[in-house]
Design a protein around this ligand. Structure first.
Ligand code: DGL
Length: 268
């Protein structure tokens, strides 16, 4: 095994949310080093234009490539939806993204071929989930709904608050009316709302967590490409952000499910 194997996996996100993907990666690939970048100075991306998101995504890609990562993971659904091709175009290492992962898991799960997708406005407007699902199965019907209030509600820590429940009922009602049996949580923040959403949609609708699906696909690629880190010592985790780290550090711990080690602020 060469030096390449001990290099880190680069994970990037618009801010804090990608920590749900890091959490899934830490659990699925416990010996892999991880370098994370969260663009906390410019979050949220989900309500920005395609052009701006592409420009930011390329800056982050260059930053992580300089960190000599062996693999890039686009944890942010919004960047995956609109900037994946641009990122792939400049990356010398393999790039994985959450939308393909979530789409594949949803297509495998649905029985009645009716899938709901929730995400940010940029993700939903891009139609990226529907395209990815239709590449797998053309017969599946996809109903998408943007839920722009979810990101700030989650960052506020209102995971089981009456206001969040009300918003979720509003957002989910039309999607549920289409008879979906599978719902993709197509945004980094939504796994934190999983208990509340599960309660609203009921047991007949399966929830697909794109973060978990992503970790599974990353694990598969690492085995196939023989990219695994041979070391079995505790891995190194580095977190970089573009704004002062205080908020990232405090809120991040609920996303990561454990305490956050050293977080460093950098300029892109
Ligand atoms: N990370 C974004 C996503 O998964 C949510 C936060 C944002 O809008 O930047 O779509």
């Amino acid at each position: 095994m060469g030096d390449l194997n001990s290099r880190a996996i680069g994970v990037f996100d618009s801010g804090i949310g990608g920590l749900t993907v890091v959490r899934a990666l830490m659990e699925r690939l416990p010996f892999e080093n991880i370098v994370y970048f969260g663009d906390t100075a410019r979050v949220p991306y989900g309500i920005k234009s395609v052009e701006t998101i592409n420009r930011y995504a390329l800056q982050i890609t260059k930053f992580l490539i300089k960190k000599e990562v062996k693999l890039l993971i686009v944890a942010c659904n919004t960047m995956a939806a609109v900037a994946f091709e641009a990122i792939k175009g400049v990356s010398p290492v393999p790039v994985l993204e959450v939308i393909g992962a979530g789409a594949a898991a949803a297509a495998a799960r649905t029985k009645n071929k009716t899938i709901g997708v929730i995400g940010t406005p940029a993700t939903v407007n891009s139609n990226a989930y529907a395209r990815a699902i239709h590449r797998i199965d053309r017969e599946v019907r996809v109903f998408s709904r943007a839920c722009p209030l979810f990101v700030p509600l989650v960052e506020e820590g209102w995971l089981d608050h009456a206001a969040t429940r009300l918003a979720a009922l509003e957002y989910l009602r039309p999607v549920l009316a289409e008879g979906i049996d599978t719902l993709v949580l197509g945004c980094t923040h939504y796994p934190l709302l999983r208990p509340l959403i599960a309660d609203i949609v009921g047991a007949s609708v399966s929830l697909i967590d794109s973060a978990e699906a992503m970790a599974e696909i990353a694990a598969g690629l690492i085995v196939r490409e023989k990219l695994g880190n041979p070391s079995e010592t505790p891995p190194a985790y580095h977190f970089f952000v573009s704004d002062v780290p205080y908020r990232f550090q405090t809120i991040g711990e609920s996303f990561l499910g454990r305490s956050l080690p050293h977080v460093e602020m950098v300029k892109l």
